[in-house]
Design a protein around this ligand. Structure first.
Ligand SMILES: CC(C)(COP(=O)(O)OP(=O)(O)OC[C@H]1O[C@@H](n2cnc3c(N)ncnc32)[C@H](O)[C@@H]1OP(=O)(O)O)[C@@H](O)C(=O)NCCC(=O)NCCS
Length: 159
């Protein structure tokens, strides 16, 4: 376990204990995911277990209520999902998870990190932009609800 982030907000300091997730965390990952996404977009424990069994796929979990899932292959990585349960938002945990994901992707040999985010997801877009991701393109009607996705990328060569 390692302390992946601390954020000063005036008098409040919030430490997060972000750790690598294993198959044993599949239920916990699914529970956090279910708290963050609508029914049709949720991944259950079996889906997380299947993802974590794939080469190059790894997850991190914060007991406070956050998680990320990434895949790194051939020098490129992708954030498959990243989420913070509603009661724990706006405390810096999303940014701490993202910073941990960036470091983990670099450790797995990625030189660039990609992601997709719903065009109307203001919170996630602000999070990713503040962390150095830039927009690459737009996938129209990408999601089942007809919403567009933005693709974004971040260079990891300085990590
Ligand atoms: C996006 C998400 C992970 C942010 O988690 P969080 O813990 O609240 O994020 P942080 O507290 O670390 O905020 C980091 C930055 O993100 C931006 N941000 C976060 N929530 C925001 C909101 N509701 N509105 C605008 N900007 C927001 C801000 O720039 C913020 O920095 P600031 O607090 O200094 O202003 C969280 O809202 C979430 O899980 N949403 C549902 C799942 C999701 O959309 N995941 C991403 C797509 S895969």
């Amino acid at each position: 376990m390692r302390d992946a982030g601390k954020k000063d907000r005036g008098a409040i300091t919030t430490p997060f204990a972000i750790q690598a997730a294993s198959l044993a965390h599949a239920e916990a990952l699914a529970a956090i995911h279910a708290a963050c996404f609508p029914p049709g977009a949720r991944w259950d424990a079996a889906a997380f277990a299947a993802q974590l069994s794939l080469p190059g796929t790894f997850a991190e979990i914060a007991p406070e209520g956050g998680m990320s899932l990434l895949r790194a292959v051939a020098g490129e990585a992708e954030i498959l999902t990243l989420a913070v349960a509603p009661p724990f938002r706006r405390r810096g945990l999303g940014r701490a998870l993202l910073d941990a994901a960036i470091s983990a992707a670099a450790r797995h040999g990625a030189r660039v990190l990609f992601l997709e985010v719903a065009a109307d997801n203001i919170a996630a877009r602000a999070l990713y932009t503040a962390a150095g991701f830039h927009p690459l393109g737009r996938r129209r009607h990408y999601y089942p609800d007809g919403g567009d996705a933005l693709t974004m990328a971040r260079d990891l060569s300085g990590k």
